[in-house]
Design a protein around this ligand. Structure first.
Ligand code: ATP
Ligand code: MG
Length: 421
């Protein structure tokens, strides 16, 4: 029988990886806590219409990347390709928007039918932030700073904040006309996808990954020139505030993001470490989305970072060593060790219980390899005496014996004195 495999682009996370994921998640949670954000969890499956209306029919995501199917009740359902539309749907559905500014974060799997490669999967994971109800340039910068500081705290280097403004819907309408007439004169130089977008969604062409199209776009008119005075001064303020926080950025006039709901501030955080898939975090302002999904007019700003890309850049070491390694051998000792391990675990210690019944020498080798600072040694002799031997595995400490029936009292202290717990 052939071996069953996971689907293409859907990746298992084994313990070697999950320990790094948990570390990133813990750091992110702490940053969100300090910034007053609360977690929201929405279903993985939504009605297809949510994304069609929210993200835009002419985007790559909706046009060709969604996992959509009819359920048994003939409803068109889609595995979420991103988090923002779901968060906004939930906020509208549960009336959160009448309760003041909502500062929310989420994390979890997203699904896009893309060509798998390094940093690009079909099930991938995002951590994201949505700030619903805040309209100021200050809230843009506060939100960007949260992403920037989180990535820095995780130890990432070589990061660039690319910033742009997409102006208002009116600014974009004016610019669209300029751009389309400029591109139409050169349409023979555009890739096939971009030619189609000339009518459906011309601004998307700026996001083309095709090298020839990208080269052509170097000389294209920019949205900058079409900005209203208000939009331009808003963008000035965002830049001024970023400078004030000493967050370095470059103005990328071509940055438009892959989803249609953005306006005003748009940004990406990229890394030189990531090769072709350079963007680790992307986001911006999306003032029109809440209303577009049937809610009250609500300004909003947010971002999402890609966990897989983030982890490709992290060269971290996570300590998974237990506090103690429990070496035990002999009929009585093995039974006693079971109870001792349980008592120590309930007292808060991480205990590796050797369950092999192997010779002491072998168990000690494993204890050394485990990285535990202490080995506890229990043989039938020790059980008879009511003692457990405590043997430091790291550093210079002396071996000593403790009464084993109540070692939970002494061990945490002992570990602390060795600087281990
Ligand atoms: P790209 O241009 O690389 O396709 P995107 O603009 O489609 O990215 P967003 O929708 O803004 O990406 O998602 C935010 C982040 O999620 C990206 O910056 C990236 O880190 C991550 N991401 C997006 N798609 C994938 C994927 N298929 N596999 C892994 N990570 C992804
Ligand atoms: Mg994409």
């Amino acid at each position: 029988m052939s071996q069953l495999q996971s689907l293409r682009g859907m990746v298992d996370l084994l313990p070697e990886q999950t320990r790094h994921w948990q570390n990133v998640e813990a750091v992110a949670r702490e940053h969100f806590r300090r910034a007053g954000l609360e977690e929201i969890r929405t279903p993985l499956l939504e009605v297809t219409d949510l994304f069609a209306r929210g993200i835009g029919e002419a985007t790559d995501v909706v046009g060709k990347e969604m996992y959509s199917f009819l359920d048994r009740g003939e409803r068109s359902c889609t595995l979420r390709p991103e988090g923002t539309a779901s968060v906004v749907r939930a906020a509208i559905q549960h009336g959160l928007l009448s309760q003041g500014v909502q500062k929310l974060w989420y994390s979890g799997p997203m699904f896009r039918y893309e060509r798998p490669q390094a940093g690009r999967q079909r099930q991938f994971h995002q951590i994201g932030v949505e700030c619903l109800g805040a309209s100021s340039a200050r809230s843009d910068v506060e939100t960007i700073a949260l992403a920037w500081d989180l990535l820095a705290d995780l130890g990432l280097t070589g990061l660039t904040l690319e910033l742009n403004t997409l102006g208002t819907a009116d600014d974009r309408k004016a610019y669209r006309n300029t751009l389309v007439s400029w591109l139409e004169e050169r349409s023979d130089q555009l890739d096939a996808d971009s030619q189609k977008r000339l009518t459906s969604n011309p601004l998307r062409i700026l996001d083309s990954k095709n090298p020839t199209t990208q080269a052509l776009l170097n000389d294209a008119p920019t949205l900058q020139a079409a900005l209203s005075a208000d939009s331009a001064s808003r963008f000035e303020e965002v830049q001024r505030l970023l400078a004030q926080l000493s967050i370095p950025f470059t103005h990328n006039t071509r940055l438009v993001r892959g989803l249609d709901y953005y306006g005003h501030t748009a940004f990406e955080i990229t890394s030189q470490q990531l090769g072709a898939q350079a963007t680790v975090c992307g986001g911006g302002r999306y003032d029109g989305l809440v209303q577009q999904l049937g809610g009250p007019a609500t300004p909003a700003v947010g971002w999402a970072l890609g966990m897989e890309r983030l982890l490709l850049m992290l060269d971290s070491h996570v300590n998974t060593a237990p506090d103690v390694y429990l070496v035990n051998r002999g009929d009585q000792a093995e039974t006693a060790a079971l109870g001792l391990a349980r008592a120590l675990r309930n007292a808060g210690l991480a205990v590796e219980l050797d369950g092999s019944g192997a010779a002491f020498g072998k168990q000690f080798k494993r204890a050394d390899r485990s990285g535990a600072p202490l080995a506890l040694v229990l043989g039938d002799g020790e059980v008879t005496q009511g003692l457990v031997r405590v043997k430091p595995l790291l550093g210079e400490g002396e071996e000593q014996s403790l009464p084993w029936r109540d070692p939970a009292m002494d061990l945490p202290e002992l570990l602390k004195s060795l600087g281990c717990h």
